[in-house]
Every structure is written in C-alpha cells, then in structure tokens.
Design a binder for this molecule. Sequence first.
Ligand code: AMP
Ligand code: MG
Length: 326
Amino acid sequence: MQPATEILTPDANGIARAADLLRAGKLVAFPTETVYGLGGIATRPDAVASIYAAKGRPSFNPLIAHVADLDTARRIAHFSDMAEALAAAFWPGPMTLVLPLREGHGLAPGVTAGLETVALRIPAAPVAQRVLERVGQPVAAPSANPSGRISPTRAEHVIAGLSGRIAAVLDGGACPVGVESTIVATDPAPRILRAGGLSAEAIGAALGLDLAAGPVIEDSTPTAPGQLTSHYAPSKPVRLNATAALDGEVWLGFGPVAEGQHTLSQSRDLAEAAANLFDMLHSLDDGPHTGIAVAPIPDTGLGAAINDRLQRAAAPRPRGGTPEAG
Ligand code: AMP
Ligand code: MG
C-alpha cells in the first residue's frame, strides 16, 4: 500500500520535495493555471504507467508532456512555422500543441500511447514552472482526478479523488483559468482538438484565420479523451440549458441570482464562469440535491470550453454509471 499522500506548501521546501519525489518516479499533483495536473516523469515508463493506474485511465488516451521552456519542447517535437508562431504567442499558457515527435525524443512510449505525435505544453502558473525547472525533465501530467470524473481546480479536489494513490499534492490554491488547456494541432492544417482555456478566437487571430467558425474537431482516432462520451462527470445527473430547477434539483445559474443560489458568474463573465465551473460542480455534487440544472451559457470565447465540459458532464453514462475515458 502507498503511504498517505503528502500535502506540500508551494514554498522552496515544498517545491524541492515535489521535485525529489518526481525524480524518484513517484506521482505528484501540482497546480497549473488550468487545473491540477497529476505529474510523473515523462521519460520513465514506470512513472507513466503509474499515472494511468492511479487515474484508472484507459491506456489509449495519451498524456500531455509539460516542459519548462521552448528549447526542451523543440528537442522533443518538430515545430512547423505555424507551431513556432503559436508557441511565441501563447506559451507559457493554457494551450497544448500536438506535434510530430522527433527521433530520440526520450519520452516513455506510454506518454503518447504509441502515437507518432506528442501533446506539449509550457504552463504559465508559477508553481508549475518552478516544479518543471527544478525537475529538469518533461513531466507528463493529465488532470489529477480519477478518470472520467470532474477535473480538480483545488488541492482538496485532488485529495478527495486520489488520496493514498499518489505520493503528494502541492497545494497552490485555486487554479485561475479553471478548465483544461486548448489542444491545437497544426499539421496538416490548424485545428482545435479540444476547446479549453484559450479561446479559438484568440488562436485564430494570432494565425490570421477564423478558427472559431469551424467546428471543434471531435477527433475520432486515436485520441478520444472521452470525446462526447461521458466525462468530467459528477455523480448526479446534469441537465443543460435549463430555465429553472425542477423538484429536487439545485440551480446553477449564469448571471445574477437570488441570495443563497449558485451562479457561475454574477456579471456573466465567461472567464469567471470557467474558473468557477469545476469547483461548483464538485461542491453541488456533494450537496443534498438529486440533480444539477444549469442555465444556458453563450458559446463564444471561453463559453465553448464551458459548454464542451458541461455536455460531457451531462452525457449518458455507460452502464454501471462510471464514465469512460480519462
Ligand atoms: P488530459 O491530460 O487529461 O487533459 O488529456 C490530454 C488529452 O490530450 C488527451 O485526452 C488526448 O485526447 C490529447 N492528446 C494527447 N496527445 C495527443 C496526440 N498525440 N494527438 C492528439 N491528441 C492528443
Ligand atoms: Mg483530464
């Protein structure tokens, strides 16, 4: 059995302890600006295997490799001109690039689930940056939640889902963006594989293209991060585009609500709603209600990521009630 999960403060000692554990092949959850990541050294097959095991993640669902800087990223993958432009515009930040692997990349095969491409990101959160610098190696880090469940935006969420299954969590408070990174592939043409914390409008503007007009590609092979199947799921049913709560449901609004009611953002601010989304789903899921009724959310900007997560949270669950992917 694993020893109890250590809760680390993100000061110099905590960062050093986290880096030591990671270098020893252990798993450490840490805050990024998007959600808490479940880190394991990306070059060690044993560490990567234990990420899949701790999350109960299907082995065909590849991980994002997090790196401290662009030079490290360029040693792992080939950057086209477009990839360079996106990296210059948005790294460090909530954007993941899917790029062709370079020969001698050094990643454990489990990181890419055997693909010839790799998902790379330089996160902006200072705690994540310091961990990566101190470790000095790429760190694979999917969201630090059991596969298919609501992603964690606080250390408490990580503990609730993975306590005893990981070595430590660095408690850096709430994640400011609150939804996962936007995943972008650049070859052969630019496309968004997963809506996330950087809007399609912003990415399109940087490239001089209208990416927001195109559909988000629900890539069928071979990545399928629970795409359109149940994912990000509370244990209670979620009902979308609701106008009011039905008997037994709790209301999750968007915009002003009466005192004592819950809203993703009083001021209809989509960035604030994204930052609150998973935290509110976690806490409403723990409450006494039988279901969660959610107000309509505009589908522009970060609203695309919010609606994507809500649709998966509301998707029919596979038999047995456990969502599928990780
Ligand atoms: P997570 O780390 O849980 O946010 O999930 C990372 C997601 O990145 C996975 O679900 C994959 O769909 C996607 N991903 C990772 N590697 C690749 C890749 N090589 N090609 C396409 N998508 C990828
Ligand atoms: Mg995830």
